[in-house]
Design a protein around this ligand. Structure first.
Ligand SMILES: Cc1ccc2cc(C(N)=O)cc(O)c2n1
Length: 324
């Protein structure tokens, strides 16, 4: 039996590494057939020795039975909404307000720039490196417990890839659907005579609101992290950009368009570039998110009402055509 345990642990470790290379680094090192072969080998061993199945095995993504309803979860830290800017002038005002508030100005003010994914904000909690809970943003204070559905999203790791995980780590990010996944889903829904979704965001929302995780597991959902909520038992890097890189290093997918700039001109150029890239990204974005990179400065700037003073969503003009 020790041989079996050793074999099962090796299979789990290998599969987790393959998943990380494929979903987070976007650099698969083995063909899908090899991943599938090992996956089915693990599945067979676990069926033969069910007492050796652990909840975070790569084979345990799809929950057992449908829920009757979603439980409510209270966010220990509120999930913020962002103020919007719709012009360069409004962006400049955002930066000016920051400079006015920071009596002592740092020699250079770094901004972390990201595409603003058009999906749904979720919170995912890892306890001792294991995915234990996930919730929708809801009204920012209370959300719905969608743990079983979040576990079915293939690029979200069930365990953090680190030997000394934080005691608790809350990841916040966006669940979204790619254009190709959306078109494929609607093609299948059409064939099955089921209702079609109007756009990828609605399709993602509908998929996360499924009470039966077996249905969610068939939907092409993706996740990109954009910030850290609660963290305990670990020291974090001092800047937002470095924190995102750290998340990637422990197995959490982040967007690959994120950049760091230290002048407003470069930030405006990033906004323009993302506006051009928008039609070829393969997923919907509705603008960019510009954040003060230094965490200590973020804490000095704080929030006004529910939105941070240190971040702005610089949006694109509303898209005329529907994405159908
Ligand atoms: C603080 C905050 C709130 C909402 C966000 C939303 C997105 C997004 N939709 O991509 C990205 C971010 O960095 C965000 N950051």
């Amino acid at each position: 039996i020790d041989q079996i345990i050793k074999q099962i642990n090796e299979l789990k470790e290998t599969l987790r590494r393959y998943e990380y290379q494929y979903h987070v680094l976007d650099e698969p090192t083995v063909p899908d057939a090899e991943y599938d072969r090992l996956f089915h080998q693990l599945k067979a061993l676990e069926q033969q020795y069910p007492q050796l199945i652990d909840a975070d095995s790569p084979t345990q993504r799809v929950g057992a039975k449908p829920l009757a309803s979603f439980n409510q979860i209270r966010h220990e830290l509120p999930m913020l909404s962002l103020d919007n800017a719709f012009s360069n002038d409004e962006l400049k005002t955002f930066v000016k307000r920051i400079q006015d508030r920071l009596i002592v100005m740092p020699d250079s003010l770094d901004f972390c720039c990201e595409p603003k994914l058009d999906g749904l904000a979720v919170s995912i909690l890892y306890v001792n490196g294991r995915l234990t809970q996930a919730a929708t943003r809801g009204d920012g204070t209370t959300g719905e417990d969608i743990t079983a559905n979040i576990r079915t999203i293939r690029n979200i790791p069930l365990q953090l890839l680190t030997n000394n995980p934080p005691t608790r780590l809350e990841i916040r990010g966006e669940v979204f659907m790619s254009h190709s996944g959306f078109e494929q889903l609607n093609r299948i829904s059409l064939e099955k005579g089921e209702k079609l979704f109007a756009n990828p965001r609605n399709a993602a929302a509908g998929s996360l609101r499924q009470l039966d995780p077996k249905i969610t597991a068939t939907r092409p959902l993706l996740f990109n992290a954009y910030s850290i909520g609660i963290f305990e038992g670990t020291l974090l890097p001092k800047t937002h950009f470095a924190r995102l890189q750290w998340l990637k290093s422990i197995g959490i997918p982040i967007n690959n368009e994120i950049r760091l700039y230290n002048t407003i001109e470069k930030v405006v150029d990033f906004y323009r570039t993302m506006g051009e890239k928008r039609r070829s990204l393969g997923y919907d974005i509705d603008g960019t998110v510009i954040k003060v990179n230094d965490i200590a400065l973020q804490q000095k700037l704080g929030f006004v009402s529910k939105a941070p003073r240190w971040a702005i969503a610089y949006k694109f003009p509303a898209q005329e055509e529907l994405t159908l």
